[in-house]
Design a binder for this molecule. Structure first.
Ligand SMILES: Cc1cc2nc3c(=O)[nH]c(=O)nc-3n(C[C@H](O)[C@H](O)[C@H](O)COP(=O)(O)OP(=O)(O)OC[C@H]3O[C@@H](n4cnc5c(N)ncnc54)[C@H](O)[C@@H]3O)c2cc1C
Length: 724
């Protein structure tokens, strides 16, 4: 086979090695525009757990690379004049230049033709080949020449970074945060040989401009960073290697091939540098593509297998990298965190390391975190400096730590929210009551009864339970009594008016299917006359009188909840139900005082909230289930929800139950593992309010991770999903 590789970075060189090793008859030429010893940046880090693939692919280069490695096992986090160390990790680093030297030498030994100082600008000019590999990095010419097939998308990140080196060999992966009059700067530093380290400085673009770094020369930038991070550098200078300020670009391509032209490494995809994986991903691509060619004589079959093998893996890394990049872009959000929680949050930022994984690596560190969390949460004194020197090895896991909201003590942070629609004319049915009691018996701290109707016309479906008649109280009182007698759980009730999503068939048979002909149905209310689906009833826009009536229904239902002994009350402003549809500009087109501006759209939900807060005793918590994004163009976004949350908080809301989507039927949901946690994090830490979060949280480990990292205060465990 004749193979042309465009680009002599780690991905291109490694592919050439593996192909030549597989069959020495292959004619392989690598074309590189730069000199052999010219490269950008300094050292790259590898997570050693993932190196097995390289050993199997080419033991000789593996041996030489790993013999050159600087190795370490700790992560240091310098934050607010404290250094928190987490141990038990396995990292290795190598100078990029050294890595390229090893790979180039191996290529030569195997007979690969290396051509330096040749820049490829069109593919037609290349020698005839059976396969052309575009391994020419993030600004790939090969990709650009056929971008209509590769369909690249590029997300430019909002921070600026410069990739420096320094002659100080750190003994840990080091994160450092320093604030000056221009803003917050962070450093990611790690060793790459016995004497030197990579030293990447990153900051938000505004900070960078305020510091005048947009106008500064390379020397001036270095001097600025040397002075700011003098302590971390122990007075040593920084070193530059084309270390200009850049914005990282996350690249994705719909396809990685066009006929016999195939992309590999950074030319096909990038993953933010804060998870340090790009080199490894490029080399793993090379392993996969070469292996596919050893199995298939036909390039088409080999390339198809390569894409099938690699694309899902890369997507997972990109997802973790996105989480990690978002963390560093918004790290100011955690400015009030104590160092120990700040460190735990940083270490678990990308979702790849959880509480349990961290405990396996460094039980002592996790004991400090858990000890701090338990003491902090139960207000049994501040942990003080001994938390890390003498960690509490007997501290309960975060999910077992009680939470106090007003006078209510919720025994643990796990919330269960069973759904049953077997009510008869609003009276909670036997199966519904049992599922609530079962949830309490299962150990939840808080059991939520979802979507409890405030009037007959507020029901979602015929079987929805309600609190709209005095004779509904008995069944709820029985549940409360049974729950308190047999468990430590508290009962929470979410008061809902279904709005334009009402009068539908049982939810078990499908969501939002209108009641059939002959079924008992009822008229719907909404801010504006927009049906939820094409088949749904058109709702009546609410008059002032109707608005007063519904607010009164909420208030009266709250009084009945109190009479029944309900512990925690929630007002439903989520998922397209009545109050949520007032908040969203997609469903509220009113031109009176209750529409238009965000304040106008918020007016009615706030009036209802105030009415409930007045009826609900000051010592009992009142929550709001709030849509933080509509997942639809032109709809509510998290920034809008933050404003709503701040107002609700000031009106006496004790916590937000984070919800998303279903405002409109054609929304574009982003479901996935823990898909609401990022939103909860923003609401909690930017609006300063406790949050309750669900969304595919299926294990106690996930719950512990979310809680200890300060991304939520209670978690809805999805045990139904778990059971599948
Ligand atoms: C700040 C920062 C820190 C990083 N840290 C790490 C880390 O710790 N660990 C890690 O694994 N990854 C890290 N990366 C990512 C890593 O550098 C890349 O993912 C990796 O280099 C990709 O390898 P590649 O072979 O695909 O592309 P590249 O290394 O970019 O190589 C592409 C080659 O193609 C050549 N070329 C380009 N165009 C042409 C042309 N038209 N003709 C001929 N030649 C051409 C270039 O000169 C270059 O040599 C980091 C990246 C950044 C920005």
């Amino acid at each position: 086979m004749r193979v042309t590789v465009v680009g002599g970075g780690p991905g291109g060189l490694y592919f050439a090695i593996l192909m030549k090793r597989a069959d020495p008859r292959h004619e392989i030429r690598v074309i590189e525009r730069n000199a052999p010893d010219a490269t950008f940046g300094w050292g790259v880090v590898f997570s050693e757990e993932t190196l097995g693939g390289l050993r199997d692919a080419d033991p000789l280069s593996y041996e030489e690379i790993t013999q050159t490695f600087a190795r370490w096992g700790a992560i240091d986090i310098h934050y607010r004049d404290r250094t928190i160390r987490s141990r038990g990790h396995v990292f290795s680093g190598i100078a990029r230049k050294r890595l390229l030297e090893i790979l180039q030498r191996r290529c030569r030994d195997l007979g690969v033709d290396l051509a330096f100082h040749e820049e490829v600008s069109e593919l037609e000019a290349l020698p005839q080949a059976d396969l052309v590999v575009g391994a020419d990095g993030v600004n790939s010419t090969v990709r650009r020449l056929h971008q209509e097939v590769f369909v690249p998308t590029m997300d430019v990140h909002s921070t600026k970074f410069a990739w420096f080196g320094t002659e100080r060999a750190f003994d840990a992966f080091t994160f450092s945060f320093r604030e000056n009059e221009h803003g917050l700067f962070q450093v990611h530093a790690y060793p790459f040989d016995a004497r030197s380290s990579t030293f990447i400085v990153e900051c938000p673009e505004e900070t960078w401009r305020r510091a005048g770094l947009d106008q500064a020369t390379e020397q001036e930038s270095m001097a600025y960073c040397e002075s700011l991070f003098a302590e971390e550098l122990s007075g040593r200078p920084l070193m530059s290697n084309r270390s200009v300020w850049m914005s990282f670009v996350t690249l994705r391509c719909e396809s990685w091939h066009r006929g016999k032209v195939v992309l590999l490494g950074d030319a096909a995809h990038t993953a933010h540098f804060t998870i340090g994986s790009g080199t490894k991903l490029a080399m793993d691509d090379a392993v996969s593509l070469a292996a596919a060619f050893s199995r298939h004589a036909q390039p088409r079959a080999a390339i198809a297998e390569y894409e099938l093998d690699r694309q899902p893996v890369v997507e997972r890394f990109q997802e973790a990298a996105r989480e990690s990049a978002t963390y560093f872009e918004s790290v100011r959000r955690y400015a009030d965190f104590e160092p120990i929680q700040f460190a735990f949050n940083l270490l678990t930022r990308s979702g790849r390391i959880t509480h349990l994984e961290l405990e396996r690596r460094d039980a002592r560190f996790v004991a400090s975190v858990d000890g701090w969390f338990a003491m902090r949460a139960t207000e049994r004194g501040e942990p003080g400096p001994t938390a890390e020197s003498a960690p509490n090895v007997a501290a309960p896991a975060p999910y077992l730590v009680p939470l106090r909201l007003r006078e209510a003590e919720i025994a643990n942070r796990v919330v269960l929210s069973p759904v049953h629609d077997d009510a008869l004319e609003g009276t909670l049915g036997g199966a519904g009551a049992r599922s609530l009691l079962d949830a309490a018996a299962a150990g939840a701290g808080l059991v939520r009864a979802d979507a409890v109707a405030v009037s007959a016309h507020a029901r979602i479906t015929v079987g929805s339970a309600g609190l709209y008649q005095d004779d509904h109280v008995r069944a709820w009182a029985d549940v409360v009594e049974g729950m308190h007698r047999t468990s430590a759980a508290l009962l929470g009730v979410c008061l809902t008016h279904s709005g334009r999503r009402g009068a539908t068939g049982p939810r078990a048979e499908g969501v939002d299917l209108p009641l059939g002909e002959g079924d008992e149905t009822w008229p719907l209310l909404a801010p504006s006359a927009i049906p939820y689906t094409r088949r749904a009833q058109s709702p009546h826009p609410m008059t002032a009188e109707k608005m007063r009536d519904v607010a009164e229904d909420f208030r009266a239902s709250a009084e009945r909840a109190l009479e029944a002994g309900v512990d925690v009350l929630e007002v439903d402003m989520g998922q397209g139900y009545l109050l949520a549809s007032f908040l969203s500009p997609l469903t509220n087109l009113r031109e009176d005082d209750y529409g238009g501006s965000p304040e106008g759209r918020m007016r009615y939900p706030l009036e209802v909230f105030d009415a409930v807060r007045q009826a609900w005793p000051a010592e009992r918590p009142l929550l709001v289930r709030l849509n933080v994004t509509d997942w639809a163009s032109g709809g509510l976004e998290v920034d809008d929800a933050l404003e709503v949350t701040r107002v609700l908080r000031d009106h006496g809301c004790d916590a937000v139950n984070v919800a998303a989507g279903q405002t409109v039927a054609n929304d574009r949901p982003l479901y996935g593992r823990m898909f609401l946690v990022g939103h909860s994090d923003r609401i909690r830490n930017e609006a300063g309010i406790p949050t309750l979060v669900g969304g595919s949280l299926t294990t106690r480990d996930e719950v512990n991770t979310v809680l200890a990292a300060g991304r939520a205060d209670m978690c809805v465990l999805d045990i139904r999903r778990n059971a599948r």
